[in-house]
Design a protein around this ligand. Structure first.
Ligand code: NAD
Length: 367
């Protein structure tokens, strides 16, 4: 049976979800709320949604499923507003916020006893881009789409949500909201603080040491890439997960002090162990393999700096589907091979490794 879906917030996440929902459910009616007219117009013109409003409350009673894809503070404000509206019986309310406890707590408090269902959610995909203009039907492909069930999540809620979102091609998973916030504080929130701190420290240092900027290469780029993230979103993430993030900061300060002490004592063994342990831990994390942080299979080829060398390799891989190709040209010291090729499946990766090693003398590394 065709359903009516209401997406509030037609930004990167909301508009990309609309596209994904349409892919598998072209018969569903998608209603959209957006504060500014620009994203409303784009979403209508591109056929992402069927009808648009700038009055949040007006469409809510029409929906079978409501997805709030707004900044965390606004998501909380709208949950409170929904509690006072006359919604369809059994409506599912969900969200997309990057932290979960604050949102789930408010939902549990304000929606309890109402004839509605609620499930917190966090689609773990995104970019620094914002607005409906950046919408991408493939944004969530192979990404974790996390649900944080609570007492307002009935057993059929998740099944209906998974069915609604099947066109996103995401990997659905369930976890407790508090545990979600702990885990993401370590692997997402705290790394953003580190990246921005490192960037700021470097910028100040560069004022007195002008070659700093010029020498910054691959390692520095990898460490600071996420310092370009959208400041508003990260401010609200830190403010809605304060305690856990403060714990991570305190823990990290101790770790830095330990390394500092080892350096000041000149304790070679401790310093070596420090690096070696981290190296082994990172390798064990299988970060480059599917299921890790990157959802692609990467292969590195050490190629000489010669004309047509990359074309030659691509020619060998004709017929194999590549996800990405990257030429690491700045500084070879800290990278494995200059040519990085990413594949979608382990089979493609194996085939590529075989073809390149059989037909060339180049070193191939899979990490
Ligand atoms: P976005 O900036 O692209 O879109 C945000 C939307 O919220 C826009 O439609 C904007 O008009 C609306 N909005 C902002 N303030 C508002 C207000 N005060 N009142 C009404 N509407 C308002 O952001 P996005 O990336 O789509 O993020 C949406 C949600 O998804 C956020 O909660 C974010 O934490 C979460 N999220 C983002 C990412 C990411 O990387 N971008 C990843 C996962 C989850």
């Amino acid at each position: 049976m065709a359903k009516t879906i209401y997406i509030a917030g037609l930004g990167l996440i909301g508009a990309s979800m609309a596209l994904g929902i349409k892919r598998d459910h072209p018969d569903y009616e998608i209603l959209g709320y957006n504060r500014s007219q620009v994203s409303r117009d784009i979403a209508l013109k591109e056929g992402m949604i069927d009808r648009a409003t700038d009055d949040f409350a007006s469409f809510a009673p029409l929906a079978d499923i409501i997805i709030l894809s707004l900044p965390i503070k606004q998501t909380i404000a709208f949950i409170k507003e929904l509690a006072d509206l006359d919604l369809k019986e059994g409506v599912i309310i969900s969200d997309a916020g990057s932290t979960k406890s604050a949102i789930v707590d408010v939902a549990e408090q304000y929606l309890a006893g109402k004839p509605v269902r609620f499930v917190g959610a966090h689609p773990m995909a995104g970019s620094h881009k914002t607005g409906a203009a950046s919408a991408d039907v493939n944004l969530f492909e192979n990404a974790y789409y996390i649900f944080t069930p609570s007492s307002l999540t009935s057993p059929d809620t998740l099944e209906e949500m998974r069915n609604l979102l099947s066109g996103l091609h995401a990997r659905f998973i369930e976890i407790d909201a508090k545990e979600h916030d702990r885990v993401t504080s370590q692997i997402s929130h705290f790394p953003h603080i580190l990246a921005s701190s490192l960037m700021e420290q470097t910028a100040v240092y560069a004022q007195e040491h002008e070659m700093t900027r010029r020498f910054a290469a691959g390692g520095f780029r990898d460490m600071t890439r996420i310092a370009e993230s959208e400041p508003g979103m990260w401010t609200s993430i830190l403010l809605s997960n304060r305690e856990t993030i403060l714990e991570r900061i305190a823990d990290f300060k101790e770790r830095l002090d330990e390394v500092g002490q080892a350096i000041s004592k000149g304790d070679e063994e401790q310093i070596w162990n420090f690096f070696n342990q981290a190296r082994e831990q990172r390798q064990a994390m299988e970060i480059h393999k599917r299921g890790g942080v990157d959802s692609s299979y990467d292969l590195y080829v050490d190629v000489p700096d010669e004309e047509d060398v990359i074309l030659r390799i691509l020619e060998l891989l004709r017929g194999t589907s590549l996800v990405n190709i990257h030429i690491n040209e700045e500084n070879r010291e800290d990278i494995h091979g200059i040519l990085q090729i990413s594949f979608k499946t382990a089979q493609d990766l194996e085939r590529a490794e075989y073809l390149i090693t059989e037909n060339t003398d180049y070193t191939v590394v899979i990490k």
